[in-house]
Ligand binder design. Structure first.
Ligand SMILES: Nc1nc2c(ncn2[C@@H]2O[C@H](COP(=O)(O)OP(=O)(O)O)[C@@H](O)[C@H]2O)c(=O)[nH]1
Ligand SMILES: [Mg+2]
Length: 193
């Protein structure tokens, strides 16, 4: 599919404020700094739409982006696995993510991002288990794959599949720098609509 326009819509910090209209949503989850904002920018082709920050843990909100004038929405979920903000606020974010993933009716697919150079962590395993429990359609995206040679990418894919107990076909290698994997993800989105 082609993305011809995208804009920032709103940010939400409380579950009562989650959007509930009919627009199809695609959510991005993953640890802080894994590349959630960057992949949204890459998919829509607008640098800086979702702010990409090198300071992890600052996105505590659910950020909504409207794509193609309301055809669909991208949802940037707060990063998990970053404890500096303290246990209490970490728990609040987790609750917000959980509420969203459990109850959003328009959510078509969850893209779970893992860094292709890092073996999925305990937090990633918890998220994967949670996604399986919710029965949500999800796809694993291995980010920052420009950092690995083709051969290392194949190895990384296998390791991620083993650790997360998913088929290798369920993993897309992506780079926000080279756009590797972008078309595959856009085609997948189109097929979900
Ligand atoms: N080389 C490379 N760096 C990336 C890629 N995606 C994100 N980054 C960098 O990783 C850092 C965190 O990215 P960001 O999108 O803010 O992660 P978020 O916290 O998950 O939203 C930033 O410094 C990005 O420039 C990628 O595909 N390749
Ligand atoms: Mg971000």
């Amino acid at each position: 599919m082609k993305i011809i326009s995208a804009k920032y819509l709103t940010s939400v910090t409380q579950k009562e404020k989650l959007l509930t209209d009919e627009v199809s949503e695609f959510a991005f989850v993953g640890r802080s700094n894994v590349g959630k904002s960057s992949i949204i920018n890459n998919l829509v082709g607008i640098k800086g739409l979702a702010k990409a920050s090198s300071t992890p843990g600052l996105t505590k909100m659910i950020n909504y982006f409207e794509v193609n004038g309301g055809q669909l929405r991208f949802v940037d979920l707060p990063g998990y696995g970053y404890h500096k903000a303290g246990k209490k606020s970490e728990k609040m974010w987790a609750e917000l993510i959980e509420q969203y993933l459990l109850h959003s009716e328009q959510l078509k697919t969850v893209f779970m991002l893992v860094d292709c150079r890092i073996v999925p962590t305990e937090d990633d395993l918890i998220m994967r288990d949670f996604l399986v429990q919710t029965g949500r359609n999800f796809m694993i995206i291995a980010t920052k794959c420009d950092k690995l040679s083709q051969q290392k990418q194949r190895l990384s894919k296998k390791q991620i599949a083993d650790r997360l107990k998913v088929r290798q076909e369920a993993i897309v290698m992506h780079s926000s720098q080279t756009s590797q994997g972008k078309e595959q993800i856009l085609t997948y989105i189109e097929n979900c609509l």
